[in-house]
Design a protein around this ligand. Structure first.
Ligand code: ADP
Length: 565
């Protein structure tokens, strides 16, 4: 009889042929063999405690490498947990392929083990989904999900493999024929080409601008367009503003960085070139009162729908790297540069100086019990002390993430991951693991609120199991916003003696959690204790948790969000 190949191995072969190198997930019925076959085929499998964290990890891996990783889940509840990662990937426009096992096709509809219509469940969160009904459909379906997740505007794709299909096999010769066929029929999402007229219109409005601004976001990071954007900024002398995850594409220390003068820059600019960033809530929808009502937007985005939605003065559809390259060539042929004495540059520069010195005065104080600023300054200085390559920073939490964004300095591309477009809390540990796996030469530093950390704290075991160089710094203020801040007269009713909805156990010993698995924990409450823990853990490059005691009455809801709560 001809050599047979089993479905698990066929999926693994198709994945490697399609370029998948990493899988994140939780094994169980019916996908355990799929995980082991993938490892045997050369795919690295990182095993988690919860599909939610595995999904966040897979999405971050996609962002950092610009290629989709796979999130592998079991059927039913596993797939439901995986939706967190799938939806987070699509919300952030990051590539991700989720593969779930599902119940036997012939038992569907009569209450099979972990039965769920998973195709219906993933629908709002995917660019494309497919359920294979027979082993012969595996190669083309695997290439389909991988290619669509990573092309056009990246996002989540889903592949559903019923248990009975996973148990099928077919002759190896036929499998190879199907794999070859699928590989030669690969289809990437097509992207419209920008026209010469659109480029000319963009150049003309940029050239005529009196107060131009370049804004870039994580789409530019995904496109790895830092060199092209640097050239655009430096050729034109236009100041720039990164979005929270765009930070580092050009160094925060660059003389044209307008980050510390954000309100002035967006409030007064007359032309804004927005590169790989959406004019969503993070950029105040591009509308007054934060932006001037007359501002003209030039938007560069791979997604035509984004241009249709925002209706900018000029929309340039295409890959950021390619489009900015075309702009740079046009500008080189007829150069212009604002120069340091241009009134707009002077206004931005002097506002940056004023705001930075005000912030530095605050940061210079050693406040104990810790507020948010004192430990953040100490962390900033310790990170700067490490030089290059800079550690990759992961950050989440309300105050912690906001203060972290303003105080820490990013000098290298794709070195800052945070709660992102969706403001997703609980991404921290998953992101740390993905970062450490994607960039093994880098230290990973997470700066997390205690609430954000708590969502996925058990994954500290995963850090220890894989011995990843991740230092998690928990800002422990004992609750979602800290201490119980309710007015005493509002605390009434039969459950008035319960802890406040915002509270956790005061003084929780998060540092001991990692010690349960053999990692290193530190409890710190003073500048000297924090400095010493950072020095030791940064040089050890081993999994560690630093539990930083923060005054439970320090801080409040993030400025941008206060009106929503
Ligand atoms: P940020 O949160 O940093 O503002 P967003 O996630 O809102 O960034 O926006 C990223 C944008 O980048 C999305 O609209 C996406 O379509 C776009 N994008 C992703 N990859 C590319 C690429 N290679 N070229 C151009 N645009 C891209």
């Amino acid at each position: 009889m001809a050599e047979q190949i089993d479905c698990n191995l066929l999926v693994a072969k198709a994945l490697t042929l399609a370029g998948v190198t990493h899988m994140f997930g939780v094994v169980g019925i019916p996908v355990t063999s799929l995980a082991t076959c993938s490892v045997a085929s050369g795919v690295r499998f990182i095993a988690f405690h919860n599909e939610q964290s595995a999904g966040y990890a897979a999405s971050a891996f996609g962002y950092l490498t610009s290629r989709p990783a796979v999130l592998l889940t079991v059927s039913g509840p596993g797939a439901v947990h995986g939706l967190a990662g799938l939806s987070n990937a699509s919300a952030n426009a990051w590539p991700l392929v989720m593969i779930s096992g599902s119940c036997n096709q012939f038992d569907a509809g009569r209450g099979d083990f972990q039965e769920l219509d998973q195709i219906a469940a993933v629908k709002p969160f995917v660019k494309f989904s497919v359920k294979v009904k027979d082993i012969r459909e595996i190669p083309s379906s695997v290439f389909g999900v991988v290619d669509l997740a990573g092309s056009g505007r990246p996002g989540g794709c889903y592949l559903d493999i019923p248990a009975d299909v996973l148990h099928q096999s077919l002759p190896e010769s036929e499998a190879n024929r199907l794999l070859n066929e699928a590989e030669s029929n690969r289809k990437l999402e097509t992207v419209k080409n920008v026209t010469n007229d659109e480029i000319a219109k963009a150049i003309s409005v940029i050239r005529k601008a009196e107060r131009p601004l370049i804004v870039f976001g994580k789409g530019a990071g995904l496109a790895r367009a830092e060199d092209e954007i640097k050239m655009l900024v430096e050729r034109t002398g236009i100041p720039f503003l990164p979005t929270p995850m765009g930070k580092g594409l050009l160094p925060d220390t660059h003389e044209l960085a307008a980050t510390a003068a954000r309100s002035l820059a967006i409030g007064k600019c007359d032309v804004a070139v927005v590169i790989g960033a959406r004019l969503n809530w993070l950029l105040h929808f591009g509308e007054p009162p934060k932006w001037s009502k007359d501002v003209k937007f030039v938007i560069i985005d791979i997604d035509e729908g984004e241009i249709e939605l925002r209706k900018p003065y000029v929309g340039l559809v295409g890959d950021v790297k390619r489009v900015v390259n075309v702009l740079n060539k046009e500008i080189k042929d007829d150069p212009f540069c604002l120069g340091r004495s241009h009134p707009w540059i002077e206004a931005i520069t002097s506002k940056v100086k004023e705001n930075v010195s005000r912030m530095e005065a605050q940061l210079a104080k050693d406040v104990v019990p810790f507020n948010f600023l004192t430990p953040m300054r100490i962390i900033r200085d310790a990170i700067i002390g490490l030089g290059s390559p800079a550690p990759i920073l992961v950050s989440e939490g309300a105050n912690t993430m906001d203060v972290c964004r303003s105080v820490l300095v990013q000098t290298e591309p794709r070195t800052r991951l945070d709660a992102g477009t969706w403001g997703t809390m609980g991404v921290g540990l998953g992101y740390c693991i993905a970062v450490a796996v994607a960039s093994p030469d880098r230290l990973v530093v997470a700066v997390e609120g205690d609430s954000g950390f708590g969502f996925s704290a058990m994954e500290v075991e995963t850090l220890v199991r894989y011995q990843l160089p991740v230092v998690v710094i928990v800002f422990n203020n004992g609750g979602v916003y800290g201490a119980d801040r309710r007015n005493p007269e509002d605390i009434t009713g039969p459950y008035k003696d319960d802890p406040a909805p915002t509270s956790f156990v005061p003084g929780a010993a998060y540092h001991l959690l990692i010690e349960a698995f053999g990692g290193k924990g530190y409890l710190v409450g003073t500048p000297d204790e924090l400095k010493s823990a950072l020095t030791e853990s940064f040089s050890a490059r081993k999994p560690a948790v630093i539990n930083v005691t923060i005054d439970p009455f320090a801080g409040a809801e993030s400025g941008r969000m206060q009106h929503k709560n």
